[in-house]
Every structure is written in C-alpha cells, then in structure tokens.
Design a protein around this ligand. Structure first.
Ligand SMILES: [Zn+2]
Ligand SMILES: [Zn+2]
Length: 280
C-alpha cells in the first residue's frame, strides 16, 4: 500500500457552462490537485506537478497570455509542490519519480523544481507536444518553457497502447513497478497520450483521472464538456467515450474513489487547503 497526500497547488476560474454541457453561467474554482505518494520500496513520487509561480511568468509573453486570459490563475508561491514538501520533512531530491498524466501546463508547471527526478509519461503524449511553440503549443494548452531541456534524457517514455491486465470499462493497464500498486491506464480524448493512475493507498484504492473528466458529476451523468472545448482538446469524440468508460468503471468498482484533478466536489471533500489561512 502507498501513503497518499493530496496537495492544493492553486486554482483557476472557469465557467461551469464550459466544464459540462448544460452547466450554469457561474464561475467555478478549479484547483490543480497533486498527489504525493510513498511507495513501500520505490520511495516518494508525485502524480503530476500542478501550478507553480513560473507558470505566471510563462503566460506573460504573447501569445501565451491568451492562456491567462482564458483561465485566470490564482497560485501562491507557497502552494508550489516543492514548497509544500517540508510539511512531510521532504525536499526536492527525495522525489524519485514524477508521473505526468499529460503535458498541459497546469499539470507540468512544477516539473522544473525536480531536476533529479525521473519523469514518467507516454511517448505519444510527449511527441504530440515536442518542439511546439507559439500558437501551435497554445493550441495544445502547452507552455514550452515549463519543460526542462534535459526532459528526454531523464524521462521514462512509455509505449502505448498498454498491454497489461485490463480494468473494467477502461481497458489495458501498465503496471509501473510490477507489483500491482500503481497501474496506469489510457484516458484518450482530452490530450494525446493522457493516462490515469489506479493507486492502492492506505486509504483505499484511488483512480486519479487527470482531465479524463473535469467534474465527478460528468462521470456520474456521462455529460461531456461544452462544445467550445473542442478548440483545444485532442479528440472530442474520445472525450465523450472516455467519460462513458469512466462511468462504467465507477459502476463496476464502487470501492474505488475517482479523483478528477480539478473537480471542486473532490477538492472540498478530500483536500485540505494550503496554506491553512486560505480555508473558508
Ligand atoms: Zn488538461
Ligand atoms: Zn488540467
């Protein structure tokens, strides 16, 4: 079993009407949750890296400013993952692996704070963003400056499709350390090569669903995001299909808690705001 801690790295403001079809015209705080996990033999690892102050810098030049205008960001320096590690007596060098669900900036911004860690992602995910700059990058919600220069030298890039034993609804998996504790599963549609992570934690099994769904409600009701999100998702039809598959998984495995990275419902129930002064 793994110890599991959920970290709040800040939030952006999005209209509910964009996040889910039939949503209201009200603004929602979409936090970027990161999971800090301790594997019994492999040590500490991260699921995604969330927001970090350098993302605000990265969004200043044109055309990347469009990203900031589309989703106004509220991320305080002390919310960066690397700044929160001392809460567990840890420092950057204690993190051995970083699993990247996909390469969107809100999952990647903290990566440069961990120069010694091994990033893990799909090769398909990396190749879809590699070398892109300007509008071609923005079109994929990528801020190129967030990716370290030595990324490919350090990274473990996984071949897809996965071939390991399947999960109900979700299909084949990749068993990261061969012990069944961390199993990656493909969640196509939102971003090329996106993966989710089924982790066996001391609090029970958890499926980190990244942006396979933005809201838990979307999985329950199989309601896709608004059509306008077609502008930057990889394959809108696959987004809808992934929601259906997550729904099927949820029905087959009700004991697994599914955590979409940005779901306010999950945030309120499962995450302790940081710093504590930010609590409502
Ligand atoms: Zn994303
Ligand atoms: Zn995201």
């Amino acid at each position: 079993m793994l110890d599991c801690h959920l970290l709040d790295t800040g939030y952006c403001i999005v209209s509910e009407s964009q996040m889910i079809q039939g949503g209201q015209q009200r603004k929602i705080h979409c936090h970027a949750i990161v999971a800090l996990l301790r594997h019994p033999t492999q040590g500490w690892l991260l699921w995604d890296t969330g927001y970090a102050p350098r993302m605000i810098e990265a969004m200043r030049p044109w055309p990347y400013r469009i990203y900031a205008l589309a989703t106004p960001l509220h991320a305080r320096p002390e919310q960066a993952v690397v700044k929160q590690l001392p809460r567990w007596g840890l420092h950057a060098e204690d993190i051995h692996h970083i699993i990247l669900s996909h390469f969107h900036a809100d999952h990647l911004a903290g990566l440069r704070d961990f120069p010694d860690a091994t990033p893990i992602a799909t090769r398909a995910g990396y190749e879809a963003v590699a070398g892109r700059t300007g509008l071609a990058a923005l079109r994929r919600a990528v801020l190129p400056v967030l990716l370290p220069e030595d990324f490919t030298a350090r990274a473990l890039l996984l071949a897809t499709p996965f071939r390991g034993p399947p999960l109900p609804g979700l299909g084949p998996t990749h068993d990261l350390f061969g012990d069944g504790l961390l199993r990656l599963v493909e969640l196509p549609g939102h971003a090329r090569g996106q993966v989710g992570l089924l982790a066996q934690t001391t609090q029970g099994p958890r499926l980190f669903a990244a942006d396979g769904a933005w809201l838990s409600q979307a999985i329950r009701e199989q309601r896709p995001p608004a059509a306008i999100t077609r502008l930057f998702v990889d394959d809108f039809q696959a987004v809808t299909e992934t929601l259906r598959r997550l729904h099927e998984f949820a029905r087959a495995c009700p004991e697994v808690l599914i955590l979409p990275t940005h779901c306010p419902e999950i945030f309120e129930r499962e995450v302790k705001p940081w710093p504590p002064a930010l609590s409502p």
